[in-house]
Design a binder for this molecule. Sequence first.
Ligand SMILES: NC(=O)C1=CN([C@@H]2O[C@H](COP(=O)(O)OP(=O)(O)OC[C@H]3O[C@@H](n4cnc5c(N)ncnc54)[C@H](O)[C@@H]3O)[C@@H](O)[C@H]2O)C=CC1
Ligand SMILES: O=C(O)[C@@H]1CCC=N1
Length: 277
Amino acid sequence: MSTSPTISFIGAGNMASAIIGGMLDNGYKAGDIWVSAPDDGHLQAIRKRFGVSVTTDNRYCTQQANMVVLAVKPQVMADVCRDIAPVVQNTRPLMVSIAAGLTADTLDEWLGGGLPLVRVMPNTPSLVGKGAAGLFANKHVKDDQKAMVQSVFESIGSALWVDDENLLHGVTALSGSGPAYFFLMLEALEAAATDAGIEPATARELAIQTMAGAAEMAARSEHDPAQLKRNVMSPGGTTEQAVNTFEEGGLRELVKKAYQAAFKRSEVMASELAGKQ
Ligand SMILES: NC(=O)C1=CN([C@@H]2O[C@H](COP(=O)(O)OP(=O)(O)OC[C@H]3O[C@@H](n4cnc5c(N)ncnc54)[C@H](O)[C@@H]3O)[C@@H](O)[C@H]2O)C=CC1
Ligand SMILES: O=C(O)[C@@H]1CCC=N1
């Protein structure tokens, strides 16, 4: 297999942009990337921003590639797959779905059956090379195809395989949806600091830099997050007051509840959409 596969994306939205942007910053060439979507603004935006080839014809886009990334919303996936099924049954590319919920078997059935298919649950920080993705391969995927998809997602962050597809619900609720949890924390911290009189721009910069610094420390340190937290908490000091307030307010339970809500939604989407004809 060629070392520079042609990769087609069906869908030109947030996640396709994040992956393509990250790939181009990390050695992939715009000339090896095709994107298709309805002409709804996303498509021309992606062409202008990244210089990739674009078309409104999903079948034509699919035909160009060794690897086809399905990057549309789960709700339109059945129609998209059924439309390109005759093409992929002929060209037999590696199919990659980034959709939440939809199982490999459901997708494979919509695509006509028997195709190598990898499900990936990526996240939007892929755009800045800091993505976190969980991957699952069906039984038709060969080792060189696993290497091809792994190399794409490793070029834009961490890419970890799971051997039980059900674990992807847990990955979705953790790293797929996770960036939003941290953006919410940033919003809340910024609002609290602004209320206390700090300029909004200053509050935002300090909050973002604190989050990035804490993440970098957690990634590099030999200590676990609990120890790193204790290192900030001087006895009788300020942090202790804030952390106690979080604990007494039930932050851990709330995080667990939020995680479980995302997990459950992923399961429900899987069963609801599997029945879509
Ligand atoms: N946004 C995120 O953080 C993450 C999203 N995902 C998954 O990625 C997928 C895409 O999500 P987003 O990029 O956020 O959605 P989005 O709404 O930003 O993009 C969807 C794209 O699909 C295009 N589209 C709609 N109908 C189409 C059709 N019939 N043929 C071709 N293209 C069509 C739209 O024009 C748009 O460009 C979803 O399945 C979602 O579950 C996975 C991980 C994270
Ligand atoms: O919210 C969603 O359904 C998608 C999947 C993970 C992140 N965004």
